[in-house]
Design a binder for this molecule. Structure first.
Ligand code: ADP
Ligand code: MG
Length: 718
């Protein structure tokens, strides 16, 4: 008997070599193999007779090969195959397909799937069909007739699963069918269901055994459209199953965090007064609501784990500072961590503006400080003299020692997913077993709710869904490079009116050297040729910290009128007088990044303009991104579209995004199941009660732990 955890290598028909090919597809165990789902199905139960085909439909046809050959036309070689059923014939053609020569032999049965069309003479044909050679399985005689019959029964007379081939086509759909079938037959599937009975009942889930069999081998009566859209009972069970155990892990983590000893901050009249005093403006209703949520968490004796989501410019910074005041007024230290040095400097700059007047002691700790200075700063922190410590994420990684850290604010801008954060938090609590600081995570790009549920399933969520008053939406235009002179003229006009401008140049890490040169060249050209009488500054990641700070300050003070920059300004930079942004090669940026960049303007009362420059031929996806930017200013809308365009895996731009990778679920398609999984996981874990027993909960938790250990490796839950 096989076990789900058995390496695929021990499945009949798979040796070490094929196991390697499968491993590259993420298939290591029998369980992985069974989660390699068909990407479509063919109805070979009722294959169409050639006579009843209609032009325009998608059809599966099973027929016998009559003849085939390659025709050389003037434009390209065309491969033509003629198949027949009795006396009726059907032609199939493939363009540019010399490689098909010799693949078909007369008398073979083939299954063909594709769109039926009329040729020039009005005869039906299928163009570029997908095909599968079923072989000579109908032939009588031969030594292994029984085996042939058995194989035939997997290929025809039923709804047949079609798998994606692997290993450059060596592992065909047919091969997968045979292997997976064998695994299903040799695996004990009648184990107790790890999903508690009540949860199953809430969603009418079928058993794992039924799900696994039917997702690969659907019943003859199964709805075809449900199959194709992964909505059969079997699919739903498999998808829910995957999501449920992820959400269960996150839910457990959340509860454990809540159960730890934290700090119950006092919100006395004096503290309230201090919070109000720093406000340079009236907070928006959303800022008030969010601060209330945060303050309520901070007053609780359990540690806060909260995510603050808000579009660029929604005013997260001031809310973070207010939370910091609560902690500082209670005698605790606060760490504020930013993803880049520039952003850390920017936070430091605004913190000093807003908080220093009230007497709070603020320090900046970044990697580029000189070592003497760093040592000093560290000492101030360790002795509790520094109250607000601002730095990059290296703050945690380097294990900076605090005297009494009460609140950690992580400005994470999409660079961390739940997996990294769990790892970090684990690291941070190794040192101090006793008291857990509160944690507030801020993200600048709105995350579609579904994604937030998985990425941040371990956090409570607050949303700043309102922009401060007096903003006019940024006007965005997409403009071809040839029109650059007009654009520069417009920039000149804006600056003459007393405003400032950004010119952003993409520098992609792989080609950093070369592209940095291009950005520098661009800067020189703008300074010397295009705006000779203006101050044009250059900012990029390779400058040292002091230099960066100087340039930022000059821009802030209006001494630099045009700032040429790479994406280092992406986050956090706040110069309300800058009203125009020109983005070069805009099609090379991701949507989230473009939206972030654009968020640097439109921060004051004056109307702002974003010009997306594009040169030459750009990809269709690039075109769609630019269109989306022109059409919408709403970060949530843009994030949804981004997620759709790129898929969840790419959404965060890097491999280290730390989103759980899914085998069968697709969180865009399966939003509702994800919500259900979260709800059910929270419910299950709150038991036992009349519906759910301790034993069931424990079994589910055991299953969850083993899955987290297997799929998500490093991270331990519970
Ligand atoms: P983000 O959420 O992108 O970090 P910031 O906190 O940088 O946004 O705020 C963007 C700008 O809006 C800043 O210039 C800030 O001073 C200003 N701002 C924030 N809240 C308000 C408010 N309630 N009224 C007016 N201006 C505000
Ligand atoms: Mg910010």
């Amino acid at each position: 008997m096989l076990e789900t955890s058995t390496p695929v290598q021990y499945v009949k028909g798979i040796g070490p070599r094929l196991a390697e090919v499968l491993a590259s597809k993420g298939i290591a165990t029998v369980d992985d193999l069974l989660h390699y789902l068909p990407f479509r199905y063919e109805d070979r139960l009722n294959p169409r007779s050639v006579a009843e085909l209609r032009a325009g439909e998608m059809a599966t046809v099973i027929a016998e090969v009559r003849n085939s050959g390659l025709f050389l036309t003037r434009r390209m070689p065309i491969f033509q195959l003629t198949v027949g059923q009795g006396r009726t014939r059907l032609k199939c053609i493939w363009f540019n397909a010399a490689y098909l020569q010799g693949r078909f032999q007369a008398g073979q049965m083939v299954a063909l799937y594709g769109k039926v069309e009329e040729d020039r003479d009005g005869r039906l044909q299928i163009v570029q069909p997908q095909f599968e050679i079923l072989g000579d399985i109908y032939e009588e005689g031969g030594a292994d007739e029984a085996e042939k019959k058995a194989a035939a029964s997997l290929e025809i007379g039923r709804i047949v699963p079609i798998y994606e081939s692997a290993g450059q086509g060596k592992l065909t759909p047919r091969w997968f069918r045979r292997i997976i079938r064998w695994a299903l037959e040799n695996l004990n599937l009648d184990l107790p269901d790890p999903i508690p009975a009540a949860v199953r009942a809430h969603l009418s889930l079928v058993s794992p055994r039924e799900a696994l069999w039917k997702v690969h081998w659907p019943d003859p009566g199964e709805s075809f459209s449900d199959l194709q859209s992964s909505r059969t009972a079997a699919h739903l069970r498999m998808i829910f199953d995957e999501l449920f155990f992820i959400e269960l892990g996150l839910e457990l983590k959340r509860r454990e965090q809540k159960a730890q000893t934290g700090i119950g901050f006092q919100l006395t009249a004096r503290v309230r007064e201090a919070i109000k005093k720093i406000l340079p403006f009236h907070p928006t209703a959303a800022q008030k609501r969010v601060l209330k949520e945060i303050a309520a968490d901070m007053q609780m004796p359990s540690p806060m784990r909260r995510l603050l989501q808000g579009d660029v410019g929604s005013g997260k910074t001031i809310v973070a500072f207010q939370a910091a005041i609560i902690a500082m007024e209670n005698g605790y230290q606060v760490a504020l961590m930013a993803p880049t040095e520039i952003l850390a400097q920017q936070h430091y700059f605004s913190a000093r503006q807003i908080l220093e007047g009230a007497g709070y002691r603020i320090v900046l700790l970044t990697g580029s400080l000189e070592s003497d200075r760093k040592r000093d700063v560290r000492r101030h922190i360790a002795q509790g003299h520094a109250q607000l410590v601002i730095g990059t994420h290296a703050l945690i990684q380097d294990r900076v020692e605090f005297e009494n850290l009460g609140l950690v604010i992580v400005d994470e801008q999409h660079r961390f997913g739940v997996m990294q954060r769990l790892k970090l938090m684990k690291k941070s609590d190794e040192g101090s077993k006793t008291i857990e600081p509160d944690v507030l995570v801020m993200t600048a790009t709105p995350i579609p709710r579904t994604l937030a549920l998985t990425l941040y399933g371990d956090l409570d969520v607050s949303v700043l869904d309102e922009l401060p008053p007096g903003r006019t939406p940024v006007v965005t235009r997409s403009v071809a490079d040839e029109r650059a002179p007009e654009v520069w003229k417009f920039v000149r006009k804006q600056i003459a009116a007393g405003h400032q401008a950004y010119v952003v140049y993409p520098v992609i890490e792989e080609n950093e050297e070369r592209e940095l040169k291009a950005a520098e060249q661009m800067h020189r050209q703008l300074r010397e040729k295009i705006f000779p009488n203006l101050h044009v500054g250059l900012l990029h990641g390779r400058l040292d910290a002091g230099e960066k700070e100087r340039i930022m300050r000059e821009f802030q003070r209006g001494e630099i009128e045009i700032l040429v920059s790479t994406t280092v300004i992406e986050v956090g930079v706040d110069v309300p007088n800058a009203t125009i942004m020109v983005i070069e090669h805009a099609d090379r940026f991701g949507l989230a990044q473009l939206h972030q960049l654009r968020g640097r303007i439109g921060r004051g009362a004056a109307k702002s303009y974003c010009v997306l420059m594009r040169g030459g031929k750009i990809s269709e996806e690039g075109e769609r991104r630019l269109e989306a930017m022109v059409r919408s200013n709403d970060g949530f809308q843009i994030a949804e579209l981004d997620l759709e365009l790129r898929g969840p895996g790419e959404f965060f731009g890097t491999k280290q995004a730390g989103i759980p990778s899914f085998r069968v679920a697709n969180i865009i398609r399966d939003r509702q199941l994800l919500e259900a999984a979260k709800r059910e996981a929270a419910w299950a874990i709150s038991g036992p009660n009349a519906e759910i027993s301790r034993g069931e909960i424990d079994r589910a938790l055991r299953e969850m732990r083993s899955r987290w250990a297997m799929s998500y490796g490093l991270v331990e839950v519970g």
